[in-house]
Write a protein of this length. Structure first.
Length: 413
């Protein structure tokens, strides 16, 4: 059994942690990892190593990596494995990435990189197809809106609904607040939805055997290295996500190749539906995710577009035809924990819908057009999934979560 030293200043990290690693020789015991894990993420102060039989509890958020000044704590990289896979003629690698990551590449590589230039870079690295993660985000929003619309129309006395996009938040609830699992959206995260669609619809359209496809997600999120291994995100032996690289890993890979980026031509993203042209849209992109979700719900209920000032929230409240919805977007875990603890003490839940995230990365910050107007997504529904919350959509795009309080040393339920 491993012995964890100086746990008053250093968070214990298991060797088999799928997201992060610890190098004792680099550690200066500054206490920053302990502080962020205990105070911001709150995990570090919510369990006892003696009770867990010396097994550290981790939600894989990666905040300790961000705060460690010496890189004693670092993310576990996967890009070298992907480098080898792209050389395998029997495998076809598909990358899902947000356009926003091109801005990070521009900053870190000190050269202007547009989203289309980013596609060219990835293709130069050996990636066969590069898809825009906006597809998965819009489909996830449509499913989440359909789920929340259904709950609204049931007219409960109090509706409490948590987004499921952050894998670290979901794991946090499973471990520390399993009684709230029924209140988490059953919709898979955008990367899982995109992966499932690539391994089914896209594979069929492109005449590719699904087992030959390798779906690689590139994002700022370390927790996705945990999420890709969830058993719930695998159907008939086919995983939604095969590898999860951070943008930092992509930058390391690019630097290793010594490519001349300036000479690369711009390339378009590959559409999930081959009939869709992925040229740049002239439509103004200005909707935050929570706005997108609420306007989609409004459309579901009224069959009309929401008024222009609909999502100008006054005191975090929006009046729907069915019910008043109170919204909290981009809530951090320590804030959500405080609310859950107050409810335990008898206080009422101040919000109907909460987006919760475990880190300060760019999740929830991207903007987009209205999801229900995404022609490509609508085409895939029409040709493959049927309607949101329909039988096939429920089977492939939704999931269930489990009580993981046994991580804390309690009996498994």
């Amino acid at each position: 059994m491993p012995k964890y030293e100086n746990t008053d200043k250093v968070i214990p990290i298991a060797k088999d942690n799928v997201s992060i690693s610890f190098n004792k020789e680099k550690c200066i015991q500054c206490g920053k990892c302990k502080d962020v894990c205990s105070e911001e993420v709150t995990v570090g102060g919510m369990y006892d190593l003696k009770r867990t039989n010396n097994n550290p509890v981790c939600i894989n958020c990666g905040e300790c990596v961000r705060f460690c000044p010496t890189q004693a704590i670092n993310e576990k990289t996967q890009y070298k494995k992907v480098k080898e896979i792209v050389k395998n003629a029997e495998k076809i690698v598909v990358v899902s990435i947000e356009k926003e990551e091109s801005k990070v590449l521009t900053e870190q590589l000190k050269t202007k990189i547009t989203p289309e230039k980013m596609v060219a870079i990835l293709e130069t690295l050996g990636i066969k197809y590069v898809t825009n993660l906006q597809f998965g985000e819009d489909m996830a929003t449509i499913e989440e809106a359909a789920e929340l619309t259904k709950k609204l129309q049931e007219k409960p006395k109090q509706l409490i609904y948590f987004s499921s996009w952050c894998p670290a938040w979901v794991k946090y609830v499973e471990i520390f607040y399993p009684e709230w699992i029924p209140n988490i959206s059953t919709v898979k995260s955008p990367i899982a939805i995109q992966g499932r669609t690539i391994k089914t619809y896209f594979a069929e359209k492109m005449h590719i055997e699904p087992k030959k496809l390798v779906h690689v997600v590139i994002s700022p999120c370390i927790a996705k290295k945990y999420e890709m291994n969830r058993a719930e995100f695998e159907i008939n032996g086919i995983k939604d996500i095969d590898y999860a690289l951070t943008t930092k890993e992509l930058i390391e890979w690019i630097k290793e190749e010594n490519m001349t980026i300036s000479t690369l031509p711009e390339k378009p993203f590959t559409a999930i539906d081959e009939k869709v042209n992925h040229t740049q849209s002239s439509e103004k992109i200005n909707k935050e995710r929570w706005q997108n979700l609420l306007e989609t719900i409004y459309y579901n209920i009224t069959n009309q577009d929401a008024p222009k000032d609909f999502t100008k929230i006054k005191e975090n409240a929006i009046q729907f035809p069915e019910q008043l919805i109170q919204v909290q977007s981009r809530q951090e875990i320590h804030q959500a924990k405080q609310i859950l603890e107050e409810i335990k003490q008898g206080k009422s839940m101040p919000y109907t819908y909460m987006q919760v995230k475990a880190c300060n990365n760019r999740c929830y910050q991207s903007k987009s057009k209205l999801s229900y107007l995404n022609y490509e997504v609508l085409q895939v529904y029409s040709n493959f999934y049927g309607e949101p919350l329909g039988e096939k959509a429920n089977q492939m795009l939704h999931t269930q979560y489990e009580n993981k309080s046994y991580f804390l040393g309690y009996n498994r339920k």
